[in-house]
Design a binder for this molecule. Sequence first.
Ligand SMILES: [Zn+2]
Length: 677
Amino acid sequence: MARKVITPAQICEQRLRWVHLDFHTSELIKDVGTEFDPDEFGSTLNKARVNLITLFGKCHHGMSYYPTKTGTMHPGLKFDLLGKQIKACRKYNIATPVYVSVKVDVHMGRQNLGWVNRTKDGRPWCPSPMEAAWYNMCMNNPEYYKYVEDQAVEIMKRYDPEGIWFDMCYPAPYPGCFCQRCLERMDKEGFDRNDDAKHWDMEYRIIREYTRELAKAVRRIKPNAMLFFNSRVTPNVRNELDVLTHLEIESLPTVPGWGYLFFPFMARMCRTLNRRYVGQTARFHKSWGDFGGLKTEDQLEYEMGAILGAGAGMGIGDQLHPRGKLNKGVYEIVGATYKKLEEREPWCVGAKAIAEIAVLMLPDKPDASVEIGSPWEGMLFNDSRFGAGAMLQELKHQWNVESTEGNFDQYKVLVLPDKGACGPALRKKLSAFLLKGGSVILSHEATLDKNTGKFACPGIGAKYVKPCEFIPSFMKLDTALGKGLVQTPWAMYEESSLVKKTAGGAKSMGNVCSSYFNRDYRHFCSHFQSPPDKTLPYPVAVQKGRVIYIYGSIFKGYHLHGYHAYKTIFANALNMLLKEPLIRANAPASMEIDVLKQKGRLVVHLVNFQPQRRHGIMEYIETIYPVRDVLLHIRTAKKPSRVYLAPQEIDIPFEMAGNCAVVSVPEVRGHQMVVLE
Ligand SMILES: [Zn+2]
């Protein structure tokens, strides 16, 4: 029977329960697939309610799992495992995109060391002789490129899967690859090997070239193929959507380095784009390939809640045992999670997030694009953006992460955290945004042109004077900005700027205070920063109309130091500009609350985040302890006809207070939805 043709967008819209089934299997293992039973494979997935699974064509070891004519079939495999897996899945209507490792291929790297990326010191980007690690291939190489393309084409022709999932599409370490071919290309393009900026640009163009060619090759066979290039979901992803039919946010929150904020942050960037997006976590206790590492059901319930609350579909990563048998215990946990997800789907499919505030990703240079590297550069390493996201999340605001190229129309407030440039094009956009009644909060050096010493942000009531020499400095807040805080000089642990308020209606909010001296070998006092000294004639913050400027890098400060005072200052500034936010709640800071719109109704997701500190750096949710009686004020266009808990479908009483429906949610375990019809 012919399969119904549906588009990648439809697949992602309708199917929210995915598995990414890793199968990187050493060529030394001899009994590959010996316990594979197609009926058991398909029925295990079906019973666990999985409706899409990414299966393996070629792995990082460079081994293929089908009788390939273009690659190398795993020597321990004696039959067409991929073909049988696909057939078993189709019996249960489970979609099966196929995985192809792009840059990492141990088999080819060992045979062709000259094809491997080289770092600036001339060494191949591969393991040292004493180390187990992957070989990273240079894609500026027609021979290796062709090798990868042939495999993708072969898989598409042989099996007609939904599409191809290309992995490891990141750049070589900054400033790019120094292999012989790349050196020759630099010469040909006529730039110096020391020109890191031009080199990095070439590295990016190499990525764009091969991802476009691979996309074209797959689409020649199946125009509606699902296409995903992992590692391309970066702050610059907006400019690579031609090769991405959907966006998968790889984020294993229990892995230090990813943590619990990476997914919510990236999802809020992805949802500004015209693509469906998926939260790709894993069943592992640690990271990929953690055999015997398995999350608790409660940990996965939290992750499911955070993913659904962000408006995404869910993917759980697993790794298949070499012998080809899915692990029973793993699919009990996956199945328990996907049972809960399936019950919630009627309120999630097609839901669109509502955001009133956006964290704007300012580029380093005026009118440059944002970072083009890996997902981690500019995200995990940008403390200011992350700090802003963390505070908005904790304050229960509805927010996105927006590119300067994005559409600002839906937002009431834009946050420009700490640093970054603003060229004429953005300045014009910000002016139009303010003119329509929008508001802006910016801090420290955001939009500062260091050549002219002027802020480019229109409407700002602050004139730049100089960097504040005191790190830390102190803040003596006025009663408006310091609402909820006692009167004391509050430490500003990070860099700050000294400004004067401009004439014409600018209002200063508090004063900067110096310390005796910065701490160094010449002068120090006590264990930490020196005490506050003099009140300086420079404001902590300046408000003019709908623009609030804050002198210190409070966003970076929040991410690095977690200081509650910065959040209170930010909350007070936001309250001055956004009098009636979409939602207010008396809930713990750790609870995540998201509002989505679906079929003309509002769906409020409450996600109970209560990790325990398990060891030095790892946080983990072993058991969920419910939070009771969460009072919500939800701004609604009109009085709802009914308010109920989902998926339980239990009505709860509500009252109207002005424009808000006021409800008390009796209990939030891991994830609870409240629906306002
Ligand atoms: Zn190269």
